[in-house]
Design a protein. Structure first.
Length: 389
């Protein structure tokens, strides 16, 4: 039977977990509809150039060879196909889009992920205002209240911060990339060695403290109050702090700042945000601003903010919804139409497909359902009553 095993990193969904995933899909689409988002659905397969600009590890892509020799890629991301869609249509902007779909990436199993993921998300395209970020954060807070009993923590950072800091240090592209890689991977020995030549400079103290600049907005302000940072860096940090202070006004919402946070995707350009719980070392929700993404597909910068919600992870973390109690109706062959009318009138009723009462009782017990019987008078009686008479 080994040939029927699933490949590593793939999983079947069945029963309560699948029910929970479907409930989450419905909830999120309903929430997005209430806020005026337009649904969008893109194909599972795209030409590889849609992703090649941002998927540098081409070995992580799944490819499909067409009969005519063209190579298609199973999408590893859901935002990039929407960018492709906007570049090839005349949809009016600014606009807001919502989606739910699957994507696949190879080698995710070695990072603790499943290769195939179900993701819901929103894209707010054409909005330069920080109100776009605020809307995303309020949606996260609503999800936190409705599904996580306020246990989700929002973490804030900025892609711009790393660039602004390194502008004060070096213009060497390779050196900047190496410093960021060591910083984001928390590879402290390598990071400390890389910044050593700049430790005596004007932001040397900040460089040394950078990997540990994580905490509440008050803690970050205290850590940096005498840092003497240049104005461009201060401005970015103050923006992050302002967002953090805004979030603390949302019902039951915890927020942290990580000034050494890595962007969830390579196309992000400004504020980034992630949401996680203590139950998992992976982020449930992530997003941010990506003002330059659309320039790569239509040569025009269009401001945008988006976020993705990992439905699979949510389904694993929250308690499965308790299903409504089900009732199976057993009847004789000549009572099928009458029994079906009862089923149509009650959402938790279903027809017992057993040929005998004994089999019906066995199946009801197996399915953990109540059994009711349609008697000769057309009355629906509980099976326990029937057995005592």
């Amino acid at each position: 039977m080994n040939q029927y095993r699933l490949p590593v990193g793939l999983k079947d969904y069945y029963g309560s977990r699948l029910d929970t995933k479907e409930q989450l899909r419905h909830y999120l689409f309903q929430r997005f509809d209430q806020l005026g988002y337009h649904k969008i659905q893109t194909p599972l397969l795209e030409y590889e150039p849609v992703f090649s600009e941002y998927e540098t590890e081409s070995r992580d892509l799944y490819r499909v060879l067409e009969a005519d020799g063209n190579v298609l890629t199973i999408r590893p991301d859901l935002t990039l196909p929407i960018a492709r869609f906007l570049s090839t249509t005349n949809v009016a902007l600014p606009n807001k889009f919502s989606y739910v779909g699957e994507f696949m990436q190879r080698h995710r199993e070695y990072q603790g992920f499943e290769r195939e993921q179900t993701q819901a998300g929103i894209e707010l395209v054409g909005y330069p205002s920080t109100k776009a970020e605020f809307e995303c954060l309020t949606i996260i807070n609503q999800i936190n209240q409705d599904w996580f009993d306020n246990s989700l923590v929002i973490e804030l950072g900025s892609v711009d911060l790393a660039e602004a800091v390194l502008d004060q240090v070096t213009k060497d592209h390779d050196q900047r990339r190496a410093i960021k890689q060591a910083l984001f991977q928390k590879n402290l020995p390598v990071y400390e060695k890389l910044i050593e030549p700049y430790s005596a400079g004007p932001i040397g103290t900040f460089l040394k403290e950078w990997p540990w600049l994580f905490g509440s907005s008050a803690e970050i302000e205290e850590l940096l109050k005498d840092s003497g940072l240049p104005a461009p860096i201060k401005k970015i940090i103050q923006q992050i702090i302002a967002f953090a202070q805004f979030i603390t006004n949302l019902p039951g919402q915890s927020v942290m700042i990580d000034l050494a946070s890595k962007a969830p995707q390579k196309y992000y350009t400004g504020l980034i945000f992630k949401a996680y719980t203590a139950q998992s070392n992976q982020y449930v929700i992530s997003g941010g601003r990506y003002d330059q993404l659309l320039a790569n597909v239509n040569s025009k910068n269009i401001p945008a903010v988006g976020m993705g919600i990992n439905i699979q992870m949510m389904a694993e973390l929250i308690s499965p919804a308790t299903p409504a109690s089900r009732v199976e109706i057993y009847c004789q062959q000549d009572q099928l139409f009458a029994a079906q009318q009862l089923v149509n009138q009650h959402v938790n009723y279903e027809l017992s497909l057993a040929d005998s009462l004994r089999e019906a009782r066995s199946l009801a017990h197996q399915h953990q359902r109540q059994l009711m019987i349609l008697n000769e008078k057309g009355e629906l009686i509980n099976d326990l009553e029937n057995r005592t008479n």
